[in-house]
Ligand binder design. Structure first.
Ligand SMILES: Cc1ncc(COP(=O)(O)O)c(C=O)c1O
Length: 498
């Protein structure tokens, strides 16, 4: 019988192996001190947080600084002339300027439009991009649903949309296919190309060089940076994308409810808003039946902005800058490398690998998001819901499902157009669980997987805990591991437990 591949039996031995393989990890030691100071709640509560692509974590000092600001000042609704309003206006302007500085926007070239989240930023583009008959929306299979959703605006307005495939095994774009699809731009028409700088499905980083290539072929380019920005430097001056949506809570955890659309002036001027709202107009009239949009970001910020939270965005960005994105990136890459390497090495005694990795199995052009299907000793896929439940019991926060990125998942799971269409010819909307169940029963395929992601406050112990958890599946069958057990969600907090 083949020997089961062990994960080092003690964490100390594993750590020594890790440092040997990833010696640059020690250069990021300041992040261990930071975790002990600012993220102490992780270890105090015993939580193993591995869902940074879902949401980042905040440092306690961000909360203190924000609370301090709110506690010692009186702020009113901005954009009026009274003192409390003016004080707020100054902070909003200051935060906006810092957002542009953080992303190295060339002076005068970009605006930062505050939104509720990345999805709202995407909707601003989708609803206002001047699609019409003869125009084209090109988007990668690998995209979040909030980017997919823009196709409905294109469809509604008679424009064509085309999906650019990603290909197995790494789920990347083939350069020759890219070249062919970029040729679909209609000269003189409105052509929009959208792709994620980093996949939220599996961490693949698509080349930002595609921005220039697409510009040269007549496309406006939307780069979804929601999954990329938390651990990578996005340099607007270098890449010059037209539209960049992102969510701040993914970068630094707090506050939620704040995102932004970074847009080049020239691209913004092409947008035609389908409505106007308070705060977006110079003047509007009932009897005159007219309105004028304010140029720039103000024309896209509907109603009162989330003004008390906007200074917390600047606090969060300054926190990231003080920690150093390069150090965060380095640490995330070391941990991701160890995670992938160790998971790939785990094999059942039968010789079957423990996981199938959906995406790159090395560190080139990828971020800290790793998506896998667990396999039993006979090669049968384990129920990801059951894996999640067992992880929950060990206080490990990972994510399962399709991660709102159906295109990458369909390629990863080998789901064909014929299979997928059968689910869209019914009178009632199937739930995700129904889709999942029927996909297994009728087609023997999966729609979901297990995703772990590391970030700013991750350390070796988090990854080690996950690998030990994963090794617990070795040499077991799917039947032995069992199905999801009934039971409600975990609602306990530290306060409940106290
Ligand atoms: C790549 C990507 N784009 C867009 C979004 C949407 O972000 P939000 O839900 O904050 O609007 C997400 C969220 O996970 C994402 O990962």
């Amino acid at each position: 019988m083949t020997q089961t591949t062990p994960y080092p039996s003690s964490s100390n031995a594993a750590y020594a192996g890790f440092l040997h393989a990833y010696p640059t990890y020690t250069s990021t030691g300041a992040l261990d001190d930071l975790r002990a100071r600012e993220y102490a709640r992780l270890d105090a509560t015993g939580q193993i947080y591995l869902d940074y692509t879902g949401g980042g974590l905040y440092a306690e000092r961000q909360l203190r600084e924000h609370l301090d600001l709110l506690s010692h000042n009186v702020f009113g609704n901005p954009h009026s002339h009274n003192p409390t309003s003016q004080a707020m206006t100054c902070l909003v302007d200051q935060a906006r300027a810092y957002v542009l500085e953080f992303f190295n926007a060339p002076p005068g070239e970009y605006v930062a439009i505050f939104t509720q989240n990345a999805s709202a930023a995407l909707k601003l583009v989708g609803e206002a991009y001047p699609f019409g008959p003869g125009d084209h929306y090109l988007l990668t299979f690998d995209n979040h649903n909030s980017v997919n959703g823009i196709r409905e605006y294109a469809r509604l307005k008679g424009a064509q949309f085309t999906y650019l495939p990603v290909v197995e095994p790494e789920l990347r774009i083939d350069p020759a296919t890219l070249d062919e699809y970029l040729g679909l731009a209609v000269p003189g028409a409105h052509n929009l190309f959208a792709f994620p700088a980093q996949s939220n499905f599996n961490g693949v980083q698509h080349p930002l060089e595609m921005i220039t290539l697409a510009h040269e072929r007549g496309w406006d380019v939307l780069v979804d940076a929601a999954a990329f920005a938390p651990t990578n430097r996005l340099d607007l001056a270098r890449w010059l994308p037209d539209f960049v949506p992102l969510s701040f809570y993914k970068m630094f955890g707090y506050p939620t409810g704040m995102g932004c659309l970074l847009a080049r002036h020239a691209a913004l001027e092409k947008l035609v808003r389908p409505w106007y709202a308070g705060g977006t107009i110079t003047i509007s009239s009932v009897q005159g039946d007219g309105h004028y949009l304010v140029p720039g970001e103000a024309g896209f910020e509907d109603g009162t902005v989330n003004y008390l939270n906007i200074p917390a965005v600047e606090i969060g960005l300054r926190h990231l800058a003080s920690v150093g994105l390069d150090a965060i990136h380095e640490r995330v890459m070391c941990l991701t490398g160890w995670l992938i390497e160790s998971l790939s090495a785990l094999r059942h005694g039968t010789g079957q690998p423990l996981v199938k990795i959906h995406g790159p199995a090395d560190l080139s052009m990828r971020g800290g998001t790793v998506t896998v299907t667990f396999l039993d000793r006979d090669g049968q896929a384990l129920d990801d819901g059951r894996v999640e439940q067992l992880a929950n019991w060990e206080q490990i926060s990972l994510r399962t499902g399709c991660f709102c990125n159906p295109g990458a998942g369909e390629v990863a799971h080998g789901l064909t157009p014929e299979i997928m269409r059968t689910f869209f010819q019914r009178s009632h909307a199937p739930s995700f669980q129904e889709l999942r169940g029927e996909m297994h029963a009728r087609f023997g395929r999966d729609v979901s997987a297990v995703r772990v992601s590391v970030g700013l406050a991750s350390n070796f112990a988090d990854v080690d805990a996950f690998l030990r958890f994963a090794a617990g599946f070795l040499d077991r069958t799917a039947a032995e591991i069992g199905d999801v057990e009934a039971g409600g969600p975990i609602c306990s907090t530290e306060r409940d437990a106290a």
